[in-house]
Design a protein around this ligand. Structure first.
Ligand code: NAI
Length: 465
């Protein structure tokens, strides 16, 4: 097993940043350098004001404060970091392809391929290259073929080490990981590489939580884990629609089925639909791979998870419109929350984006408040859809930093992220400020129906009639 002195991670995003910060804090003898081509992002990681880090995660700034400048560095000097490191993590984005073959489903691997070509060009000593990004099964062989044809005579071992952290709990998930998965070749040098990487995680995790597999099982397991998790959300969301028609209460159904130890209680909260950068992208990828092997039934089965998620978002928006007497034109609707979940500033694939878009099509006036998401981000999310011009988006939607100003004369409030602070608002004052009848559409099941109705609200809670 090799002794590791220097690690480099390419990609300083939601995965690369927190993962490497935790490794640096747990392995003080290892120098960890996180590199990115995005200068602005690296500047934010190096900002002396730790509230300006590009990723918001509970506990992250404390770890960065302890390690940055000691054994944790953020830099745009990609080539230098590659040259010096014994282990190179690739943690760049792998979005869904927006062009060509596999458009709308397959993973776009151009960023990963660029990294591999760059490593091939720069490396002068043997390296372990670790796929940290979520990649389609069999990507390691593509990386291998790029690396092996460099002509530098350098030996590379390619490992798959997918990341299972969830945004909002990234630091906790890394420190208390259920398991770490390390896939690699079943050769003596492949085994040595797997053991070397295992030794890093063994600094803080018990041995039995570090699983070693072949490289294909590891790549596929990450896609399957996300598909199973998203499937649970879509399953309970499907039942939430049925609950609303039958006087059943989805919370009671969740509890009743979740106490069955074969099912378990986690990921059974009905909501406005899942978001985040991974679930949809990774399921689409699984669907694409299955179809490319002619496994149409397998592809259709997993695709249904996405279809149900789209339905849930559409259903929520349509319910707002029909409840507000079939027109929201010119009506002020306040969005509480824009992030795809609480405790993160990430908005990728957030349900709020599609719901806003649907309501803006009906000429609603939307006012958004989110404690961690900037106005620039919100407008960028909407503009990206290209449903209407950027000017129109700015005319119809405003972003505020004080929720209490937003609710003045509002027709309705939609709760779209489960931020804890929303539970603690003085809802009596909010009721006073709103137009009557005062509608609240709770897409996160955050508040009590009984309490809200007692205060006078017309309150709709997803999954409850
Ligand atoms: P991100 O978009 O936040 O960060 C990726 C970073 O890579 C960006 O800062 C980008 O500038 C940089 N980059 C792209 N090409 C580069 C290159 N050639 N050289 C240097 N830097 C480059 O993405 P995120 O969310 O960190 O995801 C990374 C991977 O991890 C994806 O494959 C994702 O599926 C996977 N993943 C994400 C999770 C999440 O919760 N966000 C959880 C588990 C896995």
């Amino acid at each position: 097993m090799k002794k590791v002195n220097k690690i480099c991670c390419i990609g300083a995003g939601y995965v690369g940043g927190p993962t490497m910060s935790v490794i640096a804090s747990q392995c003080p003898e290892i120098t960890v350098t996180v590199v990115d081509i995005n200068q602005a992002r690296i500047d934010q990681w190096n900002d002396s004001d730790l509230d300006n880090l590009p990723v918001y995660e509970p506990g992250l700034k404390e770890i960065v404060a302890k390690t940055r400048g000691k054994n944790l560095f953020f830099s745009t000097e990609v080539d230098k970091a590659i040259d010096e490191a014994e282990i190179i993590f690739i943690s760049v984005n792998t979005p869904t392809k927006t062009y060509g073959k596999g458009k709308g489903q397959a993973a776009d691997l151009k960023f990963v391929e660029l990294c591999a070509r760059n490593i091939a060009k720069i490396a002068k000593t043997d390296k372990i290259v670790v796929e940290k990004s979520t990649l389609p099964v069999r990507t390691a062989s593509a990386i291998k073929s790029i690396l092996e044809n460099t002509g530098n005579g350098v030996k590379f071992e390619i490992l798959s080490n997918p990341e299972f952290l969830a945004e909002g709990t990234a630091v906790e998930d890394l420190l208390q990981a259920d398991r770490v998965l390390i896939g690699g070749d079943e050769t003596p040098s492949g085994q040595e590489a797997k053991d070397t990487l295992s030794s890093i995680y063994a600094h803080w995790l018990p041995k039995e939580r570090i699983l070693q597999t072949n490289v294909w099982s590891s790549e596929l397991s990450k896609l399957v884990a996300n598909a199973f998790l998203a499937q649970r959300v879509s399953s309970i969301n499907a039942i939430s629609a049925l609950c609303e028609r039958t006087d059943a209460n989805v919370a009671e159904v969740s509890r009743a089925i979740g106490t069955d130890s074969r099912i378990g209680p986690k990921f059974l909260n009905a909501s406005v639909g899942f978001g985040g950068s991974c679930f949809q992208k990774d399921i689409l990828n699984l669907v694409y791979i299955s179809r490319s092997f002619g496994l149409n039934e397998v592809a259709d089965y997993w695709e249904q998870v996405i279809i149900m998620n789209d339905y849930q978002k559409r259903r929520f928006a349509e319910n707002i419109i029909s409840t507000l007497y079939n027109t929201v034109s010119g009506k002020k609707i306040v969005f509480l929350g824009w992030a795809f979940k609480k405790d993160t500033n990430d908005t990728r694939e957030s349900a709020a984006i599609n719901i806003a878009d649907a309501l803006l099509e009906e000429k609603a006036e939307i006012v958004v408040y989110d404690p961690k998401v900037s106005a620039d981000r919100i407008y960028a999310d909407l503009d990206y859809l290209e449903t209407r011009s950027p000017e129109e988006n700015r005319k119809l939607l405003t972003v505020v930093s004080n929720p209490m100003d937003a609710v003045q004369d509002a027709h309705a409030i939609a709760i779209l992220t489960e931020w804890d602070e929303f539970k603690n608002y003085d809802w009596d004052i909010i009721f006073e400020k709103m137009l009557k009848p005062a509608f609240v559409f709770d897409g996160r099941r955050l508040l009590s129906k009984e309490d809200m109705e007692a205060k006078g609200f017309q309150y709709y809670k997803i999954g409850q009639s």
